[in-house]
Design a protein around this ligand. Structure first.
Ligand SMILES: [Zn+2]
Length: 87
């Protein structure tokens, strides 16, 4: 089975985790759509959970948003894949 991941260029932003602060200017995902304000994302480098703002700049997810994300099977699969990538 082949999985295609689509990548979209975004306004330059940074991971909101201060100990990471990875520059982020693109987003990839399993869905072929440009991220929109309110969409979720996860830093590929440190797994920080973030939300796209109105200007598509990133902000940290709130505790409630993190809890909701952790209930999503797709998010959990992505986090497991990141763990395998970094270990
Ligand atoms: Zn990060």
């Amino acid at each position: 089975m082949t999985i295609e991941i689509t990548s979209h260029r975004l306004p330059p932003s940074k991971c909101t985790n201060p100990s990471c602060a990875a520059p982020l200017d693109s987003a990839g995902g399993l869905h072929d759509k440009m991220p929109a304000p309110g969409d979720r994302t996860i830093c590929i480098k440190c797994s920080e959970m973030m939300i796209f703002g109105d200007d598509l700049m990133l902000r940290s997810a709130t505790e409630e948003e993190r809890a909701t994300m952790l209930e999503d099977k797709e998010v959990l699969e992505y986090l497991r894949a990141l763990l395998r990538l970094h270990n």
